[in-house]
Write a protein that binds this ligand. Structure first.
Ligand SMILES: C[S@@+](CC[C@H](N)C(=O)[O-])C[C@H]1O[C@@H](n2cnc3c(N)ncnc32)[C@H](O)[C@@H]1O
Length: 288
């Protein structure tokens, strides 16, 4: 009978998950093992010869089966890393994506240029990943985060609590800008749903079958939520306010046009992600 050490399991799981077309099969295998054994990833390598107990093997087997059916590893282990911070995730919220770190990076730069106590709004907060990353990295900032989904709000609340940020991040549930009444912000950041009807049909199974449709779809061209935000954004920005929104890599031209049509912004710039794709639009009410 085979002895299932950590090394033997990694050597078995990685090609198994690769054969089922799971992305990053080695990383996925490591994350499942660390979850079952309560170890950090580095500890897998310092305990390569550790033999798993029958109970550990049984729970690992069930997770590997689900991963092979394309259930996202973040949901299987209940957490995901974003901007080097650990977040709880559950099927009610989108799993934070590495490309969204670009928005956080630009937001932090903008916040550093503001005076005391800048007010930031994170629209469509999901797991709360952007709000938490900003509050953790910028001591003086006060963040308001909103989402329409009760499930997402509950997960965001857990993440804000986990990182001791309840005093600096306020959470509101509601439709886009509606819960904010007359309030204005120095910086509005947003990673909204932006997947078009056609793109949605072609999404990978791990996204389409498991992540919330509400977090992804935004009408035929994927622009519906941007249009709705832009209708009222003028009522929620300070005179020097800045708007930053993530976008799909083919949406730059259309989104810039929508932003220009508001007549509110002096400067509009598109930023590329680490793969060289258009990913972020920055709109400033005043040119700098
Ligand atoms: C693409 S996810 C982004 C989540 C998170 N900010 C991130 O970057 O991982 C979009 C989020 O928008 C929320 N959402 C969808 N429609 C909304 C609406 N009309 N008003 C407020 N939030 C909405 C979804 O519930 C989802 O959490």
């Amino acid at each position: 009978m085979a002895t299932w050490t950590i090394k033997a399991l990694l050597d078995w799981m990685t090609p198994f998950l690769a054969d089922t077309q799971v992305d990053s099969p080695r990383l996925c295998s490591e994350l499942l093992l660390t979850h079952v054994l309560g170890l950090r990833r580095i500890e897998l390598y310092t305990q390569f010869d550790r033999v798993l107990s029958p109970a550990e093997l049984a729970s690992l087997r069930s997770l590997v089966k689900r991963a092979g059916e394309h259930e996202p590893v973040g949901y299987l282990v209940g957490k995901s890393e974003f901007y080097s911070i650990e977040f709880d995730v559950q099927p009610g919220c989108l799993i934070p994506r590495p490309e969204t770190e670009l928005l956080v990076q630009h937001a932090i730069e903008a916040i550093r240029g503001y005076g005391d106590n800048p007010q930031v709004l994170d629209l469509c907060t999901g797991s709360g990943c952007i709000a938490v990353a900003l509050a953790k990295n910028c001591d003086r900032v006060q963040v308001t985060a909103t989402d329409i989904s009760g499930e997402a709000i509950a997960i965001a609340r857990a993440n804000i609590h986990k990182h001791n940020l309840s005093e600096r991040i306020e959470l509101l549930q509601g439709d886009l800008l509606a819960p904010l009444r007359q309030r204005r912000f120095d910086l509005v950041v947003c990673n909204p749903p932006y997947v078009s009807t056609c793109e949605f049909e072609g999404l990978d199974r791990n996204v389409k079958d498991y992540e919330p449709e509400l977090a992804l779809r935004a009408g035929d061209e994927g622009l519906d939520i941007y249009r709705r935000i832009l209708q009222n954004i003028g009522d929620h920005l300070t005179p020097e306010g800045v708007l930053m929104m993530e976008m799909g890599f083919q949406q730059g031209t259309a989104l810039c046009q929508l932003i220009e049509q508001t007549g509110l912004f002096q400067e509009i710039a598109v930023k590329k992600d680490f793969e060289g794709h258009d990913r972020l639009v920055l709109a400033k009410t005043e040119s700098s």
